[in-house]
Design a protein around this ligand. Structure first.
Ligand code: FAD
Length: 463
């Protein structure tokens, strides 16, 4: 056992330290099954232990990579062989649920779905929701400023956090745990850490906003023949559902056909339409909510904007519709993109992308789906072959086309997944030299030795 492993074991106990073969048994992430690389993985069970680990690593100039549920899409939690991994997997307590103040205090390693389920028993809602809910952690959600399917109604994680406890690289604990939504007392420091992707501090505790759990839910899958109608319907639902619209997910035909092919998910409706929308509204009065929802669908049918629709009549039927949107395994492996751009340019962009991929690379195709009410598209580009996927050249060529075209439409290279390692080369499409320099100043102030998740988001050297 190395000195470092022994010293960390003195802080957390032998069983909470993994190294050697035991560490290699863990996959790098949800997306990458390669064995984890690191000197040692350490699992603290309290904020104080996190602080002692970081202070110790700081004194040794030892780099540290923070890991939550490992579902992040941009390799932000990926470690190298000389890193220490700090995993939040033992910080799993839901410490308090305060329905009067409308806040819950949650340790960083709590899995999102567990919090959702616990709150539901008390008729409360934490409205963050995403396909990785069964594995991602609250700490990871905050560190990535996660988005998901309810952003159009409740905002991204940034809007849902009222308090944060963070440990800095030198071991200092910053507690900024105030339950009030309004608190204009100088800089809002907690927001620095939201979306910082593990580069500024270890998030150990989060105070999140709660809402009443809706008691009625209306869902429909709709087939539409043009993107113009998709946008019309979004606007009609936004207006007609009086703020209860909670999800508006759009799938392009190639996506829908890709996940409902032979042996995959059962297609809920014909695979012949150009666009499919999964729309959901949540409220508190089932009969009037249902009437309003169905009336809107009826009007849209009469206007010729809807070709076909399914309204599920049970939770099971609803789940079968959502599987089509959330379980995209039949499309993997693919090169994954998460961009945002103005709605008015979306179709032009996706058409241009498809044409350029065909003309400049050939045998690759793009499938598109996304949270389009937030201007957010997920694009999966299927590689020309499994062999090509394993080599970086084709991926790099696809990157150039996806991001190169996006620049002309004023889009963002990352809508909700962050930058991590994967998008670093493209960050300057969206961020000016001045902005990047300011980010560097903040990083240097909070982590002067550049030990926390070093080399992620931006490189200090290249600025
Ligand atoms: C099927 C699927 C669907 C998804 N859908 C969405 C979606 O709709 N919207 C969306 O935004 N994302 C989505 N994601 C991406 C992912 O789930 C989110 O980025 C999630 O917030 C990551 O949480 P995690 O706990 O897995 O973090 P990890 O993957 O472990 O880490 C992500 C980053 O956060 C840092 N980090 C983790 N925990 C902490 C902490 N406690 N303190 C400081 N830094 C920390 C890590 O260093 C890393 O940089 C999806 C992923 C999958 C697999």
């Amino acid at each position: 056992m190395s000195n470092l492993v022994e010293q960390l074991a003195l802080i957390v106990g032998d069983k909470a330290v993994l190294s050697g073969e035991m560490l290699k048994e863990r996959a790098t992430s949800y997306w990458d099954s390669a064995p984890t690389q690191a000197q040692v993985l350490v699992k603290p069970a309290s904020t104080e232990e996190v602080s002692r680990i970081l202070a110790h690593c700081f004194s040794l100039n030892q780099s540290v990579v923070i890991q939550g549920g490992l579902t992040g899409v941009v390799a932000g939690a990926k470690s190298a062989s000389d890193d220490v991994i700090l995993s939040l997997e033992r910080l799993t307590e839901i410490e308090a649920i305060d329905s009067q103040e409308g806040v819950a205090t949650v340790q960083a390693g709590v899995v999102l779905q567990r919090l959702q389920e616990e709150l539901a028993t008390k008729n409360l809602l934490f409205p963050l929701d995403l396909g990785a809910r069964g594995s991602c952690t609250i700490g990871g959600n905050v560190a990535t400023n996660a988005g998901g399917i309810n952003v159009l109604r409740y905002g991204m994680v940034r809007n849902l956090v009222v308090g944060l406890e963070v440990v800095l690289m030198d071991g200092t604990i910053m507690s900024s745990m105030y339950p009030m939504l309004k608190n204009n007392t100088g800089y809002d420091l907690k927001q620095l850490f939201v979306g910082s992707e593990g580069t500024l501090g270890v998030i150990t505790k989060v105070m999140v906003r709660l809402f009443p759990l809706p008691t009625s839910r209306q869902t429909a899958m709709i087939a539409v023949d043009s993107f113009e109608h998709v946008i019309d319907l979004l606007n009609q639902f936004r207006k007609g559902l009086a703020g209860t619209l909670s999800a508006f997910e759009v799938m392009w035909q190639k996506y829908y056909c890709g996940v409902t092919g032979d042996g995959d998910h059962k297609p809920p409706m014909s695979r012949d339409y150009p666009f499919y929308i999964l729309v959901e509204a949540e409220g508190f009065d089932n009969s009037s909510d249902r009437f309003r929802f169905e009336k809107l669908l009826e009007i849209a049918f009469e206007q010729g904007k809807i070709c076909d629709a399914i309204i599920p009549t049970s939770d099971r039927e609803r789940a079968e519709l959502w599987i089509v949107r959330e379980e995209f395994d039949p499309l993997l492996p693919s090169y994954l993109y998460d961009v945002s751009l103005p709605l008015k340019h979306m179709l032009e962009y996706t058409d241009e992308l498809e044409q350029r991929l065909k003309a400049e690379i050939g045998n690759v195709e793009s499938v598109v789906f996304g949270h389009i009410a937030d201007g957010n598209l997920h694009i999966f580009v299927r590689p020309s072959s499994d062999q090509a996927y394993a080599k970086p050249n084709e991926h790099e060529e696809v990157n150039k086309i996806v991001y190169g075209s996006l620049k002309n439409y004023g889009g963002s290279v990352s809508a909700e997944h962050g930058i991590g390692l994967e998008k670093m080369a493209w960050l300057n499409i969206n961020r000016s030299h001045t902005e990047l320099n300011l980010m560097r100043s903040i990083k240097c102030a909070l982590d002067p030795k550049n030990l926390l998740n070093p080399g992620k988001v931006f490189s200090l050297a290249n600025l």
